[in-house]
Design a protein around this ligand. Structure first.
Ligand SMILES: Nc1nc2c(c(=O)[nH]1)N[C@H]1C(S)=C(S)[C@@H](COP(=O)(O)OP(=O)(O)OC[C@H]3O[C@@H](n4cnc5c(=O)[nH]c(N)nc54)[C@H](O)[C@@H]3O)O[C@H]1N2
Ligand SMILES: Nc1nc2c(c(=O)[nH]1)N[C@H]1C(S)=C(S)[C@@H](COP(=O)(O)OP(=O)(O)OC[C@H]3O[C@@H](n4cnc5c(=O)[nH]c(N)nc54)[C@H](O)[C@@H]3O)O[C@H]1N2
Ligand code: SF4
Ligand SMILES: [Mo]
Length: 747
């Protein structure tokens, strides 16, 4: 019997609508759902792998309990009840012995619900949730809350100018790429700021091939010119901002010539692009991860970007940078409310690891953002989610595991996260996870991180569960196509299973996640089933709400000079600093490591460390790639396709060389996320061999200057050398024979 079911994809963020075709209950094909109100039939090359992923022989289908030594590759299959009982029992013991803060969490990127884990941790009493959010878009989000009380994605459908700043949607975000293509067709000017000549750069009216890590200097240069040439919105600045005179002082030295010296650009490029942005109204600047992974300059880059949006009068106007929730979407119970942050006592908040060094991205910053935001009506503005803007600092958490300082961290749970691949300083992550008394993982596959666990729980695919997908403008139901296979369950069931065993039952009244969605939708007179039938709801946006309500900041205005940063001892105006490890910052080091190194530029169909075991994906990207300009490779005596060693002062990794003139001759661009599922589990699937995060320090080698970098300093721009010019081996088979390299590179 053949039937079709509408469902959704969660292999990356957007939750595109899918239609699965089933034969006798088994999914046999997948296509995009043309009826889906947002994605309208779109299905990317990763989404097409859904069937391979759903039935992949490597999937974990039953709870596993470690049988031999940690990482030894021996497992016993146990029941969910046994595994949950044992984990809950152990957690209760550890909490009695060391306090609730002894339990850490590492999260990945928006693949699970996030509020459920935060709810569990708040009720358990631990502030130590950490993970990818330190490095992903979340610091930008916190910065925007501090500056204007909300977060903007840009209104691309109505804009008259798109600035794509440090983002490559053709590889990272097919929906945004489609929208940019449409905007271009309508004649909307496009400015691309990216050190690589990506596809979007080729479509652009202006492409700025910037030196990595120097974007703040360009932004300050834009601001200076916009002020000097009177291209800013004078009424808005006078009525709705604080600190404009201070800002003028802060940008004074950034003449086009000075900016050009810093950024590898010409003064003309700086001027022409600033004028195009400032004179095309409405305009938007996209969020881009190229900005957030700037290390020392990341926070200040996010600040300068938010200030550009404000002084040009683009905040909360159609085609600009909308803020807040459209009616009635804001009345749906939001994830921030489900987190239950109010139950975590002040003395537990105060124990959040890393908040002393990076206060802005921990409770001290979040509490200020939250309090300022709460003054606005809750149906219009939701406070920032703690899970996205208030996390422990990963390095401090791992140090706690390793040293017991300032207190012992003895247990951790990782869900939808592969910390050995996603976090900088792999050796530290490895040693820290090994040292735990209890490590629990919820996963699809046995990843290198999961291989170190005491218990691994089998988690179901998105098509096996449901979700409520909310943005500020719409809310769409994501229906289940099939019941979970084997003993896979969703993460809500995992948390509720633990919670009810640990005395939290009254706070988890909903037996299923579907019941949570009914609860969330009740204020708008809907339930999940009705939302599925009517295909989602859409909000009506009222622009310039600030004219009635003010902004959700301490002063009620856009804080060009941030009182929140000032109160926390951080630099209240945007500043640019030369990176510690760069030719200008450390010429001696640059002699040995001459190239500017960036990592993690996205590529399809892989998603971070995933899909390496799916043959159809691996065929398209068999090996880890590092890209150099042909001229650089020629000088180094290297040829296309060779295995080479990429070195930084932090470590080294083996990658296959690709030559392309899309990168500047002064830089190297390396894949991130590489491990080899085909290798042996006891060697942790070669996780130490080609993993870009071996090359990235986690902040120890960076100045720990809270004034400048108040959220974190992981994943800096870094200097790399390609000194080992001899190819280490010649092909993937030889590469496999070297599977036992314990830690690549000199130490
Ligand atoms: N295929 C695929 N798609 C993904 C992901 C994935 O792993 N694979 N991950 C998802 C996640 S979690 C995220 S956060 C997004 C991120 O997606 P994007 O925001 O598109 O981020 P990246 O691809 O990391 O980098 C974008 C661009 O920044 C440029 N860049 C690097 N350094 C700098 C710099 O210093 N300044 C400037 N201006 N540009 C710089 C790079 O050359 C690159 O072209 O992608 C999401 N989509
Ligand atoms: N060097 C370098 N490092 C980076 C980056 C970079 O550009 N360069 N990018 C950073 C960024 S922006 C991010 S967001 C992080 C990403 O960091 P992670 O989110 O840790 O990366 P993934 O490799 O996608 O790991 C997610 C894991 O969760 C599993 N998984 C997927 N969906 C689910 C689910 O629904 N439930 C459960 N339980 N498991 C699931 C997958 O099998 C996978 O093993 O990496 C960061 N690390
Ligand atoms: S992987 Fe592709 S189809 Fe799936 S959610 Fe992401 S963009 Fe949509
Ligand atoms: Mo991310």
């Amino acid at each position: 019997m053949t039937e079709t079911r509408r469902t959704y994809c969660g292999l990356c963020h957007p939750r595109c609508g899918l239609v699965l075709e089933l034969e006798n209950g088994k999914a046999v094909s997948v296509k995009g759902d043309k009826e889906h109100p947002i994605t309208r039939g779109m299905l990317c090359s990763r989404g097409r792998l859904m069937i391979d992923h759903l039935y992949h022989p490597d999937r974990i289908n039953y709870p596993l309990k470690r049988a031999g030594e940690r990482g030894g590759g021996q497992w016993e299959q146990v029941s969910w009840d046994q595994a949950l009982d044992e984990v809950a029992g152990k957690l209760a013991d550890l909490r009695d012995q060391y306090g609730a803060e002894t339990l850490a969490f590492t999260h990945g990127t928006k693949r699970t619900l996030h509020w459920d884990e935060r709810r569990f941790y708040n009720l358990f009493g631990s502030p130590n949730v950490c993970g990818a959010n330190n490095v992903c878009m979340c610091p930008s989000q916190a910065v925007e809350y501090a500056t204007y009380g909300g977060f903007s994605w840009g209104d691309i459908r109505q804009t008259r100018c798109v600035v794509l700043w440090g983002a490559g949607p053709s590889q990272s975000n097919p929906g945004l790429f489609g929208a940019i293509t449409m905007a271009k067709k309508k004649g909307v000017p496009l400015i691309v700021v990216d050190p690589r000549r990506i596809r979007e750069a080729e479509m652009a009216d202006i492409w700025l091939p910037i030196r990595p890590g120097t974007d703040v200097a360009l932004m300050l240069g834009w601001l200076r010119l916009i002020i000097e040439e009177n291209l800013y919105d004078k009424d808005f600045v006078a009525d709705w901002t604080v600190g404009f005179e201070d800002l003028k002082g802060a940008v004074a030295e950034y003449t086009p010539e000075r900016v050009a010296e810093i950024t590898w650009l010409t003064p003309e490029q700086v001027m022409e692009s600033a004028r195009m942005y400032a004179t095309s109204r409405p305009a938007m600047i996209t969020w881009g991860f190229g900005i957030d992974k700037q290390g020392l300059n990341a926070t200040q880059a996010a600040r300068a970007r938010s200030i550009l949006r404000a002084v040009t009068g683009n905040l909360d106007v159609p085609g600009g940078e909308p803020l807040g929730w459209a009616d009635p979407i804001g009345r749906i119970v939001g994830h921030d409310a489900l987190e239950l942050n109010e139950v975590l006592p002040a003395e537990q908040r105060a124990k959040q690891l890393g908040a002393d060094e990076y206060p802005f991205f921990g409770f001290p910053g979040w509490e200020r953002n939250e309090a300022a935001n709460r003054r606005l009506p809750s149906e219009y503005m939701h406070p920032p989610m703690a899970d996205q803007t208030c996390v422990a600092h990963a390095r401090s958490v791992f140090q706690g595991m390793l040293t017991g300082d300032p207190y012992p961290v003895k247990a951790a749970i990782s869900l939808a996260s592969n910390p050995l691949l996603s976090l900088a300083n792999v050796r530290q992550t490895y040693e820290a996870l090994k040292s735990l008394e209890l490590y629990v993982v919820g996963e699809y596959y046995l990843t290198p991180s999961a291989a170190l666990a005491d218990y691994v729980f089998p988690i179901c695919t998105t098509v096996e569960t449901t979700e409520l997908w909310q943005s500020q403008d719409f809310c769409v139901a994501c229906p289940r196509a099939i019941d979970p296979l084997y003993e896979r369950r969703n993460t809500y069931d995992f948390w509720r299973g633990l919670a009810t065993r640990l005395g939290q039952a009254e706070h988890w009244p909903w037996e299923t996640v579907d019941a949570v969605w009914d609860y969330c939708l009740a204020p708008v007179g809907l339930n999940f089933e009705k939302l599925v039938e009517q295909n989602g709801i859409f909000g009506r946006r009222e622009y310039k709400q600030y004219e009635k309500l003010g902004f959700g900041t301490p002063s009620g205005k856009v804080e060009l000079r941030s009182s929140t940063f000032e109160a926390l001892g951080c630099e209240p105006l945007p500043v640019y600093r030369e990176m510690l490890h760069s030719p200008a910052g450390d010429p001696g080091l640059a002699e040995e490591y001459p190239l500017v190194f960036i990592s993690g530029s996205r590529f399809m169909p892989m998603y971070h460390s995933e899909q390496r075991q799916i043959a159809a994906a691996r065929e398209k990207r068999p090996d880890p790639i590092v890209t150099l300009h042909p001229q650089t490779a020629a000088e180094l005596g290297m040829a296309e396709g060779e295995w080479v060693k990429v070195e930084t002062p932090q470590g080294s990794a083996r990658m296959r060389l690709k030559l392309s003139d899309m990168v500047d001759p002064r830089m190297a661009d390396a894949d991130h996320g590489w491990w080899f599922p085909e290798r042996s589990e006891v060697d942790l699937f070669g996780v130490f061999e080609s993993n870009a995060n071996i090359l990235c320090p986690d902040g120890i080698l960076q100045p720990r200057d809270r004034r400048l970098a108040p959220h974190r300093t992981t994943l800096p721009r870094y200097q790399a050398g390609m000194r080992d010019t001899k190819p280490v081996t010649a092909g993937p088979l030889a590469c496999r024979s070297e599977a036992k390299i314990p830690f690549a590179g000199p130490r």
